[in-house]
Design a protein around this ligand. Structure first.
Ligand code: UDP
Length: 318
């Protein structure tokens, strides 16, 4: 039986990935220090004898693991930019920088030792406040190197650089995926992301908080589509050394998303406008032609269908 290590496995995307890997018949080592991940996300998985949770901070060397590790997915990082959220990377700046730098280094050393295939989960944030749209993999980005978001943006850029260094110097079997906005069940209520905020505000008839005028855009990918893309990116040999965008190219303004969620939840909430966060990207739209070509992947779940499942999830835990 082959083993996959998922760093950040108790997080939002990581927990879905662990579940799908178990279904595929793999042994899963879920590594998480639970600073933004939640044990609740992996509660059902704990019953599976092929699943093992290890509470560990990836910036420290991974303890001796005798059996082989064939695959490593590195998804361990705080990921929400919302300064109003206790879980955001803005409120965990050092942890965010270290999990993407030292943490990536430690996992790459582990991959080198075990000859594992390695996937680094980077982010559309490496493009910063992009001057071009859609964003294609060969665009170098427009990033503020020391603003409040820099801990994530520059952390991810460092993570990419060290991952590619192991490819060039050690011929390690690595690939980088740049994850665009993703949503779905297992997001935390308080992580401050747009979809979780809007749904939780709407189902409680509280004001829906649109930042700025809501004219900035995002393109929302449902988590099930994302997980299929992540698995293909790691399992296919032809992705070695490649950088691939994963996301849904269905671009919407934030105000449109607020109205759709309000409508789908039959909410009495009013839409209110709040301060725009610093360096908030104005347009985010993935060019996924490379993923379509190399992975034969594209998202299949529409925004309305994905939102329905997400609304149902938040209603069930509220
Ligand atoms: N946003 C908003 N209201 C909220 C949370 C977020 O208007 O309650 C906006 C935010 O300013 C950004 C977009 O929604 O323009 C997406 O924010 P999110 O934190 O989900 O992710 P980002 O794409 O910025 O990393």
């Amino acid at each position: 039986m082959q083993t996959a290590l998922v760093a950040g496995g108790a997080g939002f995307i990581g927990s879905h990935l662990c579940s799908k890997l178990l279904n595929d018949g793999l042994k899963v080592l879920c590594v998480d220090n639970l600073i933004t991940g939640q044990e609740e996300n992996i509660k059902n998985l704990q019953k599976n004898p092929n699943f093992k949770f290890i509470n560990h901070d990836i910036i420290k060397p991974f303890e001796k693991h005798e059996s082989s590790i064939e695959y490593i997915f590195h998804l361990a990082s705080p990921a929400s930019p919302n300064e109003r959220s206790p879980r955001s990377y803005i409120n965990h700046p050092i942890e965010t920088l270290l999990s993407n730098s030292l943490g990536t280094y430690e996992l790459l050393k582990l991959a080198n030792k075990h000859h594992s295939k390695f996937l680094y989960a980077s982010s559309s944030e490496v493009y910063g406040d992009s001057e071009i749209s859609p964003q294609k993999e060969d665009y170098f980005g427009n990033v503020n190197p020391n603003g409040p978001r820099s801990v994530y943006d520059e952390g991810k850029r460092f993570g990419e650089a060290i991952t590619m260094s192991y490819f060039r110097k050690e011929n390690l079997d690595v690939r980088i995926v740049r994850i665009f906005n993703t949503y779905g069940p297992n997001m935390t209520i308080d992580d401050g992301r747009v979809v979780s905020n809007f749904i939780n505000q709407a189902i409680k008839d509280k004001p829906v908080t649109v930042y700025g005028e809501g004219l900035q855009t995002r393109s929302m990918c449902f988590v099930d589509d994302m997980v299929i893309g992540l698995k293909s990116a790691l399992f296919l040999d032809k992705t070695k050394g490649e950088v691939i965008n994963l996301g849904n190219p269905d671009e919407k303004t934030i105000l449109e998303i607020a109205k759709i969620i309000k409508d789908m939840t039959n909410s009495k909430s009013e839409i209110v406008f709040d301060k725009m966060p610093q360096d908030d990207p104005k347009r985010r739209l993935p060019d996924i032609s490379k993923a379509q070509k190399i992975l034969n992947w594209q998202p299949k779940i529409s925004l309305r269908v994905g939102l329905e499942k997400t609304i149902e999830y938040f209603r069930s835990i509220n």
